[in-house]
Design a binder for this molecule. Structure first.
Ligand code: SF4
Ligand code: SF4
Length: 175
């Protein structure tokens, strides 16, 4: 189990997310907002009308509807829900979304429970967020807000039958 560093403990104690906007956060503050749910590592599709017309995407525009599948990137560790290639992720996976302060307006890539999306929309962090739980992800996993236990590796999935793997749980919010 990862140890909470003094720097992380200081972030947790300061509750900086209540007083600092996303655009004013430093790198450490920005990184700590990520709850680690890994829903952004699922394959997604956009649909103008219905699922029959859906097509694979790494982006969506305007009012297009985003469908999430339970198919996960091959580099996602299915138990920890962490990226096994974090440093090289954007080179290895061109459609890997690296959320930054510059592309925040395109946050519709993310599921509704994404902590960046919530703060961007003026909401608070969810009660299960690691920053509100001593830096631990246990509550997030136990409350079913991460992808743990629900996904299939893309190397084991038939991408031609993605319609069969569309799921709605990535859209869930519980508070
Ligand atoms: S959906 Fe948002 S909060 Fe969850 S892992 Fe992805 S970037 Fe982090
Ligand atoms: S490369 Fe890593 S961060 Fe990017 S989608 Fe895959 S598992 Fe997620």
């Amino acid at each position: 189990m990862a140890k909470i560093t003094p720097a992380m403990q200081q972030l947790i104690t300061s509750r900086y997310w209540e007083t600092t906007s996303l655009s004013d956060m430093n790198d450490a503050q920005w990184e700590a907002i990520c709850d680690g749910c890994a829903k952004c590592c699922l394959h997604k599709f956009i649909d103008d009308d219905d699922v029959e017309e859906a097509h694979y995407t790494d982006a969506a525009k305007g009012e297009e509807v985003m469908h999430f599948t339970d198919i996960a990137c091959q580099y996602l560790h299915t138990k920890s829900c962490q990226c096994t290639e974090y440093e090289d992720r954007t080179e290895l996976v061109p459609h890997c979304v690296k959320l930054t302060q510059a592309n925040l307006p395109e946050i519709f890539y993310m599921p509704p429970s994404c902590s960046y999306r919530r703060l961007h929309a003026g909401q608070t962090l969810p009660s299960w967020h690691p920053l509100l739980n001593g830096g631990k992800a246990h509550k997030m996993h136990s409350m079913g807000m991460s992808v743990r236990g629900k996904i299939v590796n893309e190397l084991e999935a038939n991408m031609d039958l993605f319609e069969d793997r569309i799921v709605t749980w990535p859209l869930d919010e519980i508070d």
